[in-house]
Design a protein around this ligand. Structure first.
Ligand SMILES: Cc1ncc(COP(=O)(O)O)c(C=O)c1O
Length: 455
């Protein structure tokens, strides 16, 4: 599909890589050797069907067209000073630049154990019940591949963070999907709380082959924060069918009043069957640090440790030390107004309000999130003003977001990327924008949309 010597390729349409035109002649000249090579070195069977993700494609789109990018999930402003200062302090310490303990840097696992023992209401063993990883991504990978076996069924709630599906498939698992659906659609602004699971549909997915359910609360991209009642329903089914819950809680500190983040591991009988995942990138607004963790009972964590030991072995020492210092600072002021875990939501709330307002003024129907820093919006009322035929993608949200990027200069993410193939139509009328951005950039987005509407 591309020249392996030069690694040059471009996107001809969604998820398809094609050689750049000037390479096509060169490739046909060596066609027989290329096809021999392609034949032998195609993706191994267990990875077949893998395609470049929406992130790979949309980062390139942003580089090519330089829009105002509200697609990417990270702040466009610096993290708090005490966090970067911790890294400066660590970097100047000569003894913190070598390998550290494989399953987690000692100071960091101690800090994580202290924090989550308080939050979960039980003593967490820092050495056997916590694993630190390269981002929450690796924690997800170790949890899924460490527990899912050939033929195991895994329940995935849609819309979902897109890597869950390929990770389950790599492990030989069979994903079974259930979509959050809106209770109502007729008001000009919706809330992520309007999106719910159908109880009977959920019950119908559980059977003796079900091994894992993957939960994400607060959810990306919808921003839904599962209520205690919803979590109790999920927990009861997990207990009834002896199922492991992998709970991705990377946005645990971004929850807007009056909503509350409930950790499913705290529900009766759930600690024994839950692995909870977190991310320093999300917690401290340092996504480039790529540090994550998983915690749960030692017998379940052992499987993750084995995957981690034989793929990554150990994480970055200075990043883990700096994160430990940041956690120690937070532990000393937990629950108070000075805590970043409290102030981050307060900082984000007006941005959320502003985005909902300007999307609505532009003619879209926003879904106001209860948590996280993304907002989905129904753009279909604007369909007549967009030349969807100018793009070739199968799904309308891809065509809408590409057209907007190229013609209006504002980039969002197409949510069909967060649904399995048969449910993709559920995401087609939506776009996902990120609001952890400087006020001036959110204002610029509002101006772009206003100008487009009036022009
Ligand atoms: C729901 C969810 N889980 C996991 C991750 C990965 O986090 P990390 O950057 O720590 O690997 C993300 C990142 O966007 C996410 O949104």
């Amino acid at each position: 599909m591309f020249n392996k010597d030069t690694l040059e390729y471009h996107y001809s349409d969604r998820n398809r890589l094609a050689p750049l035109p000037h390479l096509q002649r060169q490739i046909s000249k060596t066609a027989s050797s290329m096809s021999d090579i392609d034949q032998k070195f195609r993706l191994p069977k267990r990875y077949e069907g893998s395609e470049p993700s929406v992130w790979v494609e949309y980062i390139q789109l942003a580089l090519d067209h330089k829009p105002l990018n509200l697609g990417q999930g990270f702040p466009d402003y610096p993290p708090p000073k005490y966090i970067t200062n911790a890294l400066i302090e660590v970097a100047s310490n000569r003894n913190l630049h070598q390998y550290t303990r494989g399953f987690g840097h000692p100071r960091l696992v101690q800090a994580l154990a202290k924090l989550y023992s308080k939050l979960i209401g039980r003593e967490i063993n820092p050495h056997t019940e916590i694993l630190t990883t390269l981002g929450a991504y690796e924690a997800l990978f170790s949890s899924i591949t460490g527990h899912v076996d050939e033929g195991d069924e895994v329940i995935i709630i849609e819309p979902y963070f897109d890597c869950y599906e390929p990770m389950v498939k790599y492990a030989g698992g069979i994903p079974r999907y259930i979509a959050l659906k809106p209770k109502k659609t007729d008001s000009p602004v919706l809330s992520s709380a309007d999106f719910v699971l159908d109880k009977d549909e959920l019950q119908g997915l559980f059977n003796s082959k079900t091994k894992v359910l993957i939960l994400n609360t607060p959810n990306n991209p919808l921003g839904k924060v599962f209520t205690r009642d919803e979590l109790t329903l999920i927990a009861d089914l997990c207990k009834k069918y002896n199922v492991l819950c992998i709970s991705d809680e990377v946005y645990e500190w971004m929850v807007y009043k009056p909503y509350e983040h409930v950790r499913i591991a705290t529900l009766p009988g759930m600690w024994e069957r839950t692995i909870t995942i977190g991310s320093a990138g999300k917690t401290f607004s340092v996504t480039g640090w790529k540090l994550g963790w998983a915690y749960g009972p030692a017998n379940l964590m052992f499987n993750l440790q084995m995957i981690h030991q034989n793929s990554v072995y150990t994480g970055c020492t200075p990043i883990q030390e700096a994160t430990a210092i940041a956690f120690e600072t937070e532990l000393a002021r937990l629950g108070s107004d000075e805590s970043y875990f409290v102030s981050i939501s307060k900082e984000l709330e007006p941005k959320r309000e502003f985005m909902a307002k300007f999307l609505q003024e532009a003619g879209m129907k926003p879904i106001v999130p209860e948590g996280g820093y993304f907002m989905m919006a129904d753009w279909s009322p604007l369909e007549s003003q967009v030349d969807l035929n100018s793009e070739k993608d199968k799904y309308k949200d891809y065509r809408f977001t590409k057209w907007m990027t190229k013609n209006i200069g504002l980039q969002g993410i197409p949510p069909t990327a967060f649904y399995n193939e048969s449910h993709k139509p559920l995401g087609e009328n939506f776009v996902r924008y990120c609001f952890i951005k400087q006020d001036k950039n959110l204002q610029a987005a509002a101006d772009i949309l206003r100008k487009w509407k009036s022009g």
